[in-house]
Design a protein around this ligand. Sequence first.
Ligand code: SAM
Length: 325
Amino acid sequence: MKSDVPVYHEPVMLREVLDALAVRPGGTYIDCTVGGGGHACGILERSAPDGILIGLDRDPDAMAAAAKRLKTFGKRVTLVQADFRDLLRILGGLGIGNADGVLYDLGVSSHQFDDPERGFTYREDAPLDMRMDPGSDITAADLVNTLSQDELARIIRQYGEERWAGRIAAFIVEERRRRPIRTTGDLVETIKRAVPARARRQGPHPARRTFQALRIAVNAELEALASSLRQAVHILKPGGRICVIAYHSLEDRIVKETFREMAASCTCPPGLPVCRCGREPLLRALTSRPQYPSPGEVAANPRSRSARLRAAEKLAPVLKRKEGE
Ligand SMILES: C[S@@+](CC[C@H](N)C(=O)[O-])C[C@H]1O[C@@H](n2cnc3c(N)ncnc32)[C@H](O)[C@@H]1O
């Protein structure tokens, strides 16, 4: 029988994630975006009886949901409310020096999106908030009411890839001269006035791209990603895996470029026992192109449709690799 209790978040590409991480008993796994604990639960089941999982999330609601869902795994789980930009510092504090697998499932959880009070959705009227960590300082309302028109246009164009960014920014500035834009409803109405009627009738909801852009800006979603991925690779054991699910092209580009940079080839002359150029590759990509959810998954969980998964394996240092030859 189907439960009426809403699921906090349906994990996306769960089997693909567990395979990409090559989860095994006794391993140490870090879930940098634990959310409602869906992927974490799969990792703990597959790494039974003694695998351990460290789960991070910057949203206290996610901490509470994951704690509830993962309770049965007892001491095998440690949850920390934190931003993954501080990954190494947090793991150091826990005495974790290396890991077999690290997962990032980026973006917003269904819970964040579905709870109107969090201000992520354009479908309901609520305070214009959008903070993943409600303890952080800047809300979406702060941005739309204080940034210059040029800065708003840049954010909406760059993070939302919105064709009408310039017009939307101009309408926002015009509207806030009359009164502050305080709610999601105020913003949706302003965007609808800015987007020409013909464009409004085609494609997705006219506010979708602007909401995505503001969410990315409020939570500085792209700023710490590359640095955090490098920290994750740093703590992986040789043979350990990193797996990232991105939900839009800007995130995915950062993942692709960071992996590519870390997989770049050594330019030392052949025969040297250790790398001297400092470009010794740290990673081997496991996915040359991103993997996508199956049509069946997209039908069952439409929110998975924009997911793209990339994975890579940490390489042993060249000297060790040569010894193993
Ligand atoms: C798509 S959900 C993860 C869902 C999770 N995999 C599950 O199965 O329930 C993304 C989560 O990442 C968290 N998040 C996003 N950016 C973060 C960051 N920089 N540091 C920590 N958590 C972050 C969000 O708060 C959200 O809960």
